[in-house]
Design a protein around this ligand. Structure first.
Ligand SMILES: Cc1cc2nc3c(=O)[nH]c(=O)nc-3n(C[C@H](O)[C@H](O)[C@H](O)COP(=O)(O)OP(=O)(O)OC[C@H]3O[C@@H](n4cnc5c(N)ncnc54)[C@H](O)[C@@H]3O)c2cc1C
Length: 393
């Protein structure tokens, strides 16, 4: 069996590694000429994401490029602490906390690991269409006019997936949430968060979060809502916009943003409540191509990794591709849709109206008593045993 994987991001690279472990050959086609889009954003990879990587022995390069973030603090802009919680704790006790790293480094680590294992990664190859031959094979056509043929095609091509539309012409489009995340890196910022701690500041109009790396930089992000949805992200002066939003509201944030370089980026936030059709024939979508949660729960990458490993296990153990895809969906859909809903609820809490703000500040310590939502047991305690056989039913 030969798989064509579209997208060499998190899901695509991990799928190639997992398929190889299941004795399935694949080739990865990545549109970006140098490896990864959105070079600037950073993310937290919770323990369930690391667990998925461990199942395919691919966790070491990710651990090497990341650092731990095991605490979270919520404060008001006046410095009053609303709540604090350990990210390595849930109602059942302690578990490893999330690892923090830049998304591009995560993609780079996984692409590098795939290539180290002899998997072909073709860069600068943007899929434009895919079709099924009468014999049931898949022909993929790329923007440069080249083609390839495989037995199955995995669409790991992110939120604006071409494969999703190929599988279902009526597939829903991702919805702009009305929010943009601005993210940057400050060297020698005058304010530092305690080690391994995310500090989240709720201002009256702005929300700002930062943490300090082991080498003393401050990595930060702020959510901006109410922008004109039509402009594309790179066309704005994000540093100036972020400063305008936090100025006179979150003083610490102003100092950190001012200490940042010019690599401040803005990322448009989308979500898709549900994608009804994930697969047709020998084509399937996984990762953000199938389910994009707003980033508030911090689990999109971890879910993409779980998808990759479980898809490979289904293809390894079930007798044909449609059966493997059906089983995969049965294993994944409920969990993923629960994450999308949880993340959307968390987004609404970030900058509420004044009355809701009072309620939030009252409720937050109580909600966090057993750890934050994104350390909830159903999310983080997910475990994949590579040696467990996937049963057809
Ligand atoms: C601001 C922000 C913060 C986030 N924070 C977190 C976090 O803290 N924790 C977390 O777990 N997740 C986080 N996420 C979510 C996470 O980044 C995504 O869920 C994850 O990247 C999904 O991986 P993917 O491989 O499915 O898609 P992507 O990472 O988007 O990869 C898709 C790849 O496909 C390529 N591609 C696209 N179209 C084509 C084509 N036609 N042909 C070939 N290649 C193509 C792209 O270039 C890209 O490399 C965040 C997201 C955002 C926007």
């Amino acid at each position: 069996m030969r798989a064509l994987i579209i997208g060499g991001g998190i899901a695509g690279s991990a799928t190639a590694i997992a398929l190889q472990k299941a004795d399935i050959t694949s080739v990865v086609y990545e549109a970006h000429p140098a490896g990864a889009d959105d070079r600037g954003a950073f993310l937290s990879l919770f323990v369930n994401g690391i667990d998925a990587l461990q199942a395919i022995d691919a966790h070491e390069p990710v651990l090497e490029r990341s650092f731990p973030g095991s605490r979270i603090e919520f404060t008001t802009s006046a410095g009053k602490q609303l709540a604090s919680a350990r990210l390595d704790r849930d109602v059942h006790g302690y578990l490893p906390g999330p690892r923090i790293l830049k998304r591009a480094d995560l993609c780079g680590a996984l692409q590098g690991e795939a290539e180290r294992r002899g998997i072909r990664v073709e860069r600068g190859k943007r899929l434009v269409s895919a079709r099924r031959t009468p014999a049931g094979r898949i022909v993929a056509t790329f923007e440069d006019g080249t083609m390839d043929v495989g037995d199955l095609l995995v669409g790991a091509d992110g939120i604006h997936s071409v494969v999703r539309r190929t599988i279902d012409a009526d597939a829903p489009s991702p919805q702009y949430t009305g929010e943009d995340v601005v993210c940057g890196y400050a060297r020698k910022a005058p304010v530092l968060a305690p080690p391994e701690t995310f500090r989240m500041i709720y201002g009256k109009r702005a929300f700002f979060a930062y943490l300090t790396t082991p080498w003393g930089d401050s990595w930060w992000f702020t959510n901006i809502s109410g922008l004109d949805g039509s402009a594309t992200a790179p066309s704005r002066d994000w540093k100036r916009l972020a400063l305008e939003r936090v100025f006179s509201d979150v003083r610490q944030a102003t100092e950190i943003i001012q200490a940042s370089g010019d690599d401040v980026i803005g990322i448009r936030v989308y979500d898709m409540a549900s994608t009804p059709i994930w697969h047709a024939g020998s084509m399937i979508v996984i990762g953000d191509a199938a389910h994009a949660a707003s980033p508030n729960a911090g689990h999109g990458a971890a879910m993409a990794l779980e998808d990759s490993v479980l898809l490979a296990m289904c293809l390894r153990d079930l007798p044909d591709i449609p059966k493997a895809f059906r089983k995969y969906e049965q294993l994944r859909r409920e969990r993923i849709e629960r994450l999308v809903t949880t993340s959307a609820q968390m987004r609404k809490r970030a900058i509420p109206a004044p009355l809701q703000r009072v309620l939030r500040d009252f409720m937050l310590p109580r909600l966090l008593k057993n750890g934050p939502r994104n350390a909830a047991p159903w999310l983080t305690r997910h475990h994949i045993d590579w040696h467990e056989k996937v049963a057809a039913q």
